[in-house]
Ligand binder design. Structure first.
Ligand code: HEC
Length: 254
């Protein structure tokens, strides 16, 4: 209860608190993103719609909002918009939910707020940490989401990474193979690693923006607010000096 209260208070103060996620085998990879880089957010949005929107919705976001927040030209907005949709439409998954449930055993979750739940580092690590695991339905597993039911959508671009296991002795005398890291793919992907990395970073940046679009306005408003406070301070200082000049005079006269 206390924990929930503390997290709530921190969230009220604008600090995003990410709950520790389920036992991942590798450390999270930190990712730095720049929400002011509108071109990166646009590239991220393109990737999101091309690669994720088949299965995942972002129901609390409309195409039109993305277009206006990112100051897109009509041509750019048209390129983003799937042919059967209008700018006013929400980003609803293209695949019917019941079909997804049949195929994946679960409806892929809505991703509008996922960056606020998981955090950017987790998303970046998750999207780059699929690895070959023939025991799994889609032939892959994920280092920070063991047993995930999502296929590796980037397998062709990144190549499929190989797991590094270590034998760990358990207290009861038996031993277990545990994942301790990931190796470069045996067959390289179609995209050079640096380019792949940049694409995923842009995608994560887009998801962070989507989780809190108002942040863009808040950030662009910041300098004006600070400028106003500064100007106000100077004015108040001048006013104070002027008042005190009049007050001090009669005192001196005594
Ligand atoms: C072919 C369908 C499919 C595509 C395409 C797909 N996903 Fe998924 N995704 C799933 C399914 C199914 C799950 C649920 C997995 C589970 O709960 O085991 C999932 C889970 C996730 C999760 C974990 C959510 C959580 O529980 O915290 C994230 C994050 C995610 N997907 C992001 C993405 C992103 C980003 C893309 C685009 C690059 C993408 N997915 C593309 C099917 C898909």
């Amino acid at each position: 209860m206390m924990k929930v209260l503390v997290i709530f208070l921190l969230n009220v103060l604008g600090v995003t608190v990410v709950l520790a996620s389920d036992g991942g085998a590798i450390a999270l990879k930190p990712v730095s993103i720049n929400l002011n880089d509108k071109a990166a957010l646009y590239r991220g949005a393109e990737t999101f719609i091309a690669q994720c929107a088949t299965c995942h919705s972002a129901e609390y976001m409309r195409y039109g909002r993305v277009a206006s927040d990112l100051h897109l030209s009509k041509t750019q907005a048209d390129r983003l918009l799937p042919p059967h949709l209008k700018l006013g439409d929400e980003m609803v998954r293209f695949m019917p939910a019941d079909y997804a449930k049949t195929v994946f055993g679960t409806v892929p979750p809505d991703l509008t707020l996922i960056a606020r739940v998981r955090g950017a580092d987790w998303l970046y690590t998750y999207l780059t940490s699929f690895y070959a695991d023939p025991t799994k339905r889609w032939g892959v597993n994920n280092a920070v989401f063991p047993g995930v039911n999502m296929p590796d959508v980037f397998a062709a671009l990144q190549g499929v990474q190989e797991p590094v296991y270590q034998t760990v002795k358990l207290p009861d005398g038996s031993s277990e193979q545990r994942l301790v890291g990931l190796k470069a793919p045996l067959i390289p992907g179609n995209m050079p690693p640096a380019e792949f990395d940049a694409m995923v970073r842009d995608l994560v940046a887009y998801m962070v923006y989507m989780g809190e679009p108002a942040k863009l306005q808040r950030m662009s408003l910041g300098p004006y607010v600070l400028g106003f406070i500064l100007l106000f301070t100077v004015l108040m200082f001048l006013l104070k000096t002027d008042y005190w000049r009049d007050i001090k005079k009669p005192l001196k006269a005594d």
